[in-house]
Design a protein around this ligand. Structure first.
Ligand code: BTN
Length: 331
């Protein structure tokens, strides 16, 4: 699906969003966008009716002071600084799983960068078949369709890239996230976000990759089932203040695209370095359940393909996929 051109309402909103805290005159908006002053005023009224707070001051113009806490194209597109990611956006009030829908779209030929996003999921999925708690209007649940020119053996690199990007977006939001191998985002050992990567390929070539991202943005402890409360957290719980979800999702997509561009130009090495810097797994004693066995040892590094290298009594073990438990915090 080609990206839809922005309509004039989105353009007015984009103009106001770009001005940040500054007022912009109705005249400047109408000159810049080639609209009449009446058309600008009508768009401002329509945006207000949709929950945008737009201050108006005589002789100064308009200023955007609050956006609705929604994740539709109207909220997101003016905030997106991307060339591909999210330019086509499929928004749902409720969906079973954004990953399932993105997979269907991928099979129907949807393009690189299309994003499926939902306010709630009824069948949100995590790694290893676990459910992903997805209450309405609180968090971020989205799946990004990628069509990389890669052999399937290199696909795990994209998962690690995803975790670096989401870690960066969380840190920009003042949350000191780290990455537990391969792609769990933690704050002080509690999980704040996760990535579920799915793909279709032939032996030499990936057809598509779906990066499914779930971030606990504004969930309160009561939004998690009791058994998860000691091990889950959110931006809201960490900072004590809510985060505007649209801004946060836009930051995730921008960070993701920045890393994808770099990966295309420079390969996996910069991603691997960035992953190491953000990792809370390396240097730690870990227990890894992988492929029907359990490995105990010290996580030493990730190799050039993203596999975890654990030094155990048996020597260095190379783990391609599995569940890691951090055993000690003193390194
Ligand atoms: C994990 O187990 O850590 C991965 C969690 C991934 C959850 C996200 S939410 C959006 C997308 N849709 C899903 O059903 N899962 C992913």
């Amino acid at each position: 699906m080609p990206p839809e051109p922005a309509n004039s309402e989105e353009l007015v909103l984009g103009f106001l969003a770009e001005a940040g805290d500054e007022f912009v005159s109705g005249e400047a908006i109408s000159d810049k966008l080639g609209l009449t002053r009446t058309a600008v005023w009508k768009h401002v009224e329509s945006l207000r009716a949709q929950g945008y707070r737009i201050d108006a001051a005589p002789a100064r113009g308009y200023r955007l002071s609050a956006i609705p806490d929604r994740l539709t194209a109207l909220e997101l597109r003016p905030l997106l600084n991307t060339h591909d990611l999210g330019q086509v956006l499929h928004h749902f009030e409720v969906i079973s799983s954004t990953n399932d829908h993105a997979r269907e779209l991928a099979e129907e030929g949807a393009g690189h960068g299309e994003v499926v996003i939902a306010e709630a999921q009824t069948g949100g999925r995590g790694r290893r078949g676990r459910p992903w708690v997805s209450p309405p209007g609180k968090n971020a649940y989205f799946s990004v369709l990628l069509r990389p020119d890669l052999p399937p053996v290199r696909a795990p690199e994209l998962t690690l890239l995803g975790s670096v990007a989401i870690c960066d977006a969380l840190r920009q939001a003042n949350v000191p996230a780290t990455i537990k191998w391969p792609n769990d985002l933690l704050v002080a050992e509690r999980k704040i976000a996760g990535i579920l990567t799915e793909l279709a390929s032939e032996p030499e070539r990936v057809h598509w990759v779906v990066l499914g991202v779930g971030v606990n943005v504004n969930a309160a402890p009561s939004d998690f089932p009791e058994e998860l409360r000691p091990v889950a957290t959110s931006i809201f719980i960490e900072r004590g203040s809510k985060a505007p979800r649209a801004l946060f999702v836009a930051a995730c997509l921008t960070a993701l695209e920045g890393w994808l561009d770099r990966y295309e130009e420079e390969g996996f090495d910069p991603v691997r370095r960035a992953w190491r810097e953000r990792s809370s797994t390396l240097g730690r004693e870990v227990r890894v359940k992988a492929e029907g066995r359990e490995v105990l040892g010290r996580a030493e590094d990730i190799d050039a393909s993203g596999a975890l290298l654990v030094r155990s009594g048996e020597g260095v073990e190379r783990i391609l996929s599995g569940d890691v438990v951090h055993l000690r915090t003193d390194g």
